[in-house]
Design a protein around this ligand. Sequence first.
Ligand SMILES: *Cc1c(COP(=O)(O)O)cnc(C)c1O
Length: 189
Amino acid sequence: SKGQPAEAVRALVEAGQRSFGESRLQEASLKQEALADLGPLDWHFIGHLQANKVRPVLQRFGTIHSIDSLPLAERTARIAAEEGLAPQVLLQVKLRDDPTKGGFSRAGLLEAWPQLQRLAPLRITGLMTMAPVGLGAAEREPLFAGCAGLARDLGLSELSMGMSGDWPEAARAGSTWVRIGSALFGSRT
Ligand SMILES: *Cc1c(COP(=O)(O)O)cnc(C)c1O
């Protein structure tokens, strides 16, 4: 729902959708306030998480899809403990070179994994990935399948993969959370 007005979110809630993804704290906060009368919704943070935004993001989102380094995970765990929160966390991985995105490499994730597992109160349930722009469908599907294999090796059940332009390949590879914006809402403002 990033880039979409609160009223567009309201219309989807009325149609039965409860989970929404936002990338910017400020924008999300205003929308959450405007929709407070709907009761609790399931808010997912999917954007780059800056260190100085961790506390307010934890206060407003039950799930974070974009933990992309061990220091950020450690910081998030410490602040979650201070806040008495146990957020669901997905670790963002980058399985192909892509200078526009962050994320653990496969080797980096395997190396950090023993420390990540000890980071109570984080509930690390899965991996998130994005295909580099310009990759064709035939190359995206093995990329998503590689992410699914890595999650399986780590015993993680959730996979956040697939956007408006590539969700069919992600779904075939086993995605459990497709992050669909423009295909549902129309183009962003
Ligand atoms: C904006 C965004 C989406 C949705 O993108 P669409 O192409 O509009 O479906 C999915 N994931 C992330 C991380 C995003 O920032």
